[in-house]
Design a protein around this ligand. Structure first.
Ligand code: GLC
Ligand code: GLC
Length: 826
């Protein structure tokens, strides 16, 4: 393990920003711009790209994954001193000049990079206005040199791509001949393929009159030059190139003279626009873009007062969203993640699922069925209406037999098998998401909403029937022990018990696996029990008691099968394989204990309220065998070789990914389990081990951003133990949020009302919270009066029984709750 205490920045909790103070972070530390339809990924040095809805099919600018330096592609700005010829990039990349001063502030939906070099201060703010499909870059240049007027040239540069990012990388022979642009005044319009079936275009506009421009990459860079030394910038002269095929770029060239102390603001817009198909050319019959609808938009946002107003709206938007749940606890890392960053990351995962990050290339994975259902758990309280719409989109991709596509494409909302199918856990997550939505909103109308199967018109049934079929899907696929058949895999994409892949390079995900009749998953069994209990609770809430009982019976039968066939003596087994042998059992040579069933069985209530003590024992075993200073690893011992009958999990070297990495997504299940069993110290300790803010101090070990969760941290079998990877787009966001807010702090939506049942560390004197729930603001003050988790509640001064706050009468918008926690001593 590498040692060290290097920081690359600090949290500014007041402004809700992370401030990066040196550009050479271990990896590009990124942020997301946009929260509706238009998104940008932006690194701390201005790298990244942007797209409209779908990172594969509507990508505006080119980005090169997996290259060196890690930042290849971005929002390039170059400054040139016209007197001395010196050139630098105010965001550091791509020139990597030795800036005198540099900070990058990543905020909620915006990023500001500020630097000083050779007496010039540059401040550039990037954001996407609400309701718009464009990025604004507001650059302010200030002359700090005393007594000297400065003569500068400014060059912008972006590289357009062809919008099907997959095609862009694979079909060069075509793409190299189709690039087209138009340049009118200060706007470069990218219109490749607009002549045929597209009616959308990209534009790159600048607020200032141009001295020159370029649209042809080679003309801008010069043959054999890289982005760090464009010839036009070095010479101080654009070529006014018009692209015909090859690689379209957009570069503006501006000159400005700055008196000592003077500042100038220059605005760039990088946007996406659609024209009505019948009206896409002007004049009709020509091949020229009709610019009548886009020009007013461009003019609007190029005015700095309009851009500033849009920025303030964005700030207010985030104040509102985050205002729905704010806490004040004795622990700064808890507060910071709950109040700002974890909630923010939940929004990003909700919007993008696993499609586009610096680790997900935006071409492979659309919206995951399992992933998006879980992401919703962390987001539903912020924008319930969007959660509702998402549930209906997801359910509409469900198959008539209750099964599910593993993903759908955001642009078309159609399910597809591009990343494989037959993951038998998928359908259960829909139930868990719907239950979360119902508890948060109380909106039972969603259950009667007509929703189609596989998007086929005419196939609609009420949503409740979809949930019913999801349960049935599992019940119709039980194996020899009465446990659910695993299919292609379950939550663990890499436990492929039916795949038996021997072909090098073959995808474990898309390879058709055997129609296994033997391999069973304890994880799906636990999910089923949990989902069936949620269905029972929904039915009960709706007054359908007979039906509730039927669901309870299904849950009880499955729980009995788990108890009979999946208890391994000191923990829950993971699965039965294709041969009927145990996986995740003390009988196994490797992979004897897995994290998932220990957490999920407890969440499902299996072994919790009986005398068996199994849940307690599973928790203790998991911590004993899987615990590390960097979190709980996924299983132990790590697989040291490839096991044909286990699949992808054993393809990873020990300590990485599912092969005994610390999967930050499954850790919170253990935190919730610990909280459920009343162990606040354990739950919070596990929470802090993977809390990104708490790991800021070891940034050179952790390496990923200290403000968001990564999918995994290398486990103790890995030579790089503690190193995080795959930040941002991970179910870790939603699950950690649920674990800390609902189970450790214990502020939990239920059908009947908001429940307050904290299981916090013994040392905490209490905490306070402000939670908006079904339109009512609850101000909650928890005071510890003794040991333990017993709770007494006063609501607006009156004592109430139990831990659920009764819903206030209509019209009441604010409720004060005071909670005494623990048994008073003596
Ligand atoms: C990734 C996937 C998720 C899966 C997990 C475990 O995070 O996005 O769907 O459950 O890996 O394999
Ligand atoms: C999940 C797993 C990863 C696997 C991938 C396949 O992301 O974490 O290991 O390769 O799914 O889609």
């Amino acid at each position: 393990m590498r040692e060290g205490r290097v920081r690359y920045g600090y949290f500014d909790d007041e402004t809700r920003e992370y401030v990066i103070t040196r550009p050479d972070t271990p990896l590009p530390w990124i942020n997301y711009l946009g929260c509706e339809d238009f998104f940008g990924l932006i690194s701390n040095t201005g790298g990244g790209y942007c797209f409209y809805r779908d990172a594969r099919l509507r990508r505006l600018t080119r980005y090169r994954y997996n290259t060196t330096p890690a930042e290849a592609g971005g929002r390039h700005l170059y400054l040139r001193d016209r007197d001395t010829g010196q050139v630098w990039a105010p965001t550091w990349q791509p020139t990597r000049s030795n800036l005198d001063q540099y900070t990058c502030r990543h905020g909620l939906g915006y990023t500001v990079v500020r630097s000083e070099y050779l007496g010039i201060r540059a401040n550039v703010r990037y954001f996407v206005p609400l309701g718009a499909t464009l990025e604004i870059w507001q650059l302010t240049l200030t002359n700090l040199s005393s007594g000297v007027e400065r003569h500068l040239a400014l060059f912008s540069a972006v590289e357009f791509c062809l919008w099907d990012a997959w095609d862009d990388a694979t079909n060069l022979q075509r793409n190299l001949s189709i690039g087209e642009v138009e340049v009118v005044d200060n706007v470069i319009y990218h219109k490749t393929e607009y002549r045929e079936r597209r009616n959308h275009l990209a534009y790159f506009a600048c607020s200032e009159p141009l001295v020159g421009f370029d649209t042809q990459r080679e003309a801008f860079l010069g043959p054999y030059h890289g982005w760090h030394e464009p010839e036009t910038v070095q010479r101080g002269q654009s070529r006014n190139s018009m692209v015909h095929g090859w690689a379209p770029v957009g570069s503006h060239h501006i000159q400005l003279d700055l008196a000592p102390g003077a500042s100038r603001q220059i605005t760039f817009l990088l946007g996406y626009h659609e024209n009505p198909p019948a009206d896409k050319f002007d004049p009709p019959g020509s091949q020229t873009i009709n610019k009548r609808s886009v020009q007013p938009l461009i003019a609007h946002y190029l005015r700095s007062e309009n851009a500033d107003a849009a920025f303030l709206e964005l700030r207010a938007h985030w104040d509102r969203l985050l205002g729905n749940c704010q806490v004040s606890t004795p622990d700064v890392h808890t507060d910071r993640m709950v109040n700002i960053w974890n909630a923010y990351q939940c929004m990003v995962t909700f919007n993008l699922s696993r499609s586009a990050s610096f680790f997900e290339t935006g071409v492979g994975r659309g919206m995951g069925f399992r992933d998006s259902n879980q992401d919703l758990l962390g987001f539903v309280h912020m924008v319930p209406a969007r959660a509702r719409a998402r549930i209906l989109d997801l359910a509409a991709t469900q198959l008539p037999d209750g099964g599910a596509y593993h993903q759908y494409q955001p642009l078309t909302k159609r399910g597809n098998d591009a990343v494989g199918g037959g993951f038998n856990d998928d359908p259960q997550w829909l139930i868990l998401a719907v239950a979360a939505y119902l508890k948060e909103t109380g909106d039972a109308t969603i259950l009667d909403e007509p929703v189609s199967y596989n998007n086929l018109p005419g196939s609609e049934t009420p949503l409740r029937e979809h949930l019913e079929r999801a349960l049935r899907y599992t019940l119709e696929r039980l194996g020899p022990h009465g446990l659910p058949l695993i299919g292609h895999a379950d939550w663990n994409d890499c436990l492929n018990l039916n795949t038996f892949s021997t072909t090098p390079g073959e995808s474990f995900q898309t390879t058709v696996s055997r129609d296994g009749r033997t391999a069973e998953s304890v994880v799906i069994a636990a999910l089923f029990v949990w989902a069936a209990r949620e269905m029972a609770a929904i039915a009960c809430w709706q007054g359908h008691h007979k039906q509730a009982q039927a669901y309870q019976d299904q849950a009880a039968r499955m729980a009995a099968a788990v108890t009979a066939h999946a208890w391994d003596g000191a923990w829950w087994m993971r699965a039965y394989d294709h041969f009927g042998s145990k996986v995740g059992s003390h009988e196994c040579e490797e992979g004897r204990i897995y994290i998932e069933p220990q957490g999920l069985c407890t969440l499902a209530g299996i072994g919790v309220d009986d005398e068996s003590g199994r849940a307690e024992q599973a928790l203790a075993s998991a911590r004993q065998h899987l615990g590390t200073p960097h979190g709980l690893v996924l299983q132990q011992p790590a697989y040291s070789r490839y096991y044909l009958h286990l699949g992808e999990i054993s393809s990873y070297p020990p300590g990485y990914k599912e092969n005994a990495g610390v999967f930050c997504h499954s850790n919170p299940w253990m935190m919730i389990a610990a909280a459920l069993l009343g162990h606040g110290d354990v739950a919070h300790e596990d929470y802090l081990r993977i809390n990104p803010s708490a790991r800021e101090e070891i940034s050179d070990v952790h390496r990923c951003e200290p403000y968001v969760y990564a999918q995994m941290i290398a486990g103790r079998d890995a030579p790089t133990h503690g190193e995080a990877k795959n930040s941002w787009l991970t179910g870790a966001a939603a699950w950690n949020y649920v674990a800390i807010t609902q189970w450790i702090l214990g502020v939990r939506p239920t059908f009947e009302g908001l429940q307050i049942a904290p299981v916090i560390p013994e040392s905490w004197a209490g905490f306070s919270a402000r939670r908006v729930f079904r339109g009512v603001t609850y101000s909650i003050a928890v005071e510890r009066v003794g040991k333990g988790n017993a709770c007494r509640l006063w609501v607006d001064g009156k004592r109430v029984q139990g831990t659920i706050i009764p819903l206030p009468p209509a019209g009441e918008t604010a409720v004060e709750v005071s909670v005494k926690l623990g048994e008073p001593q003596g």
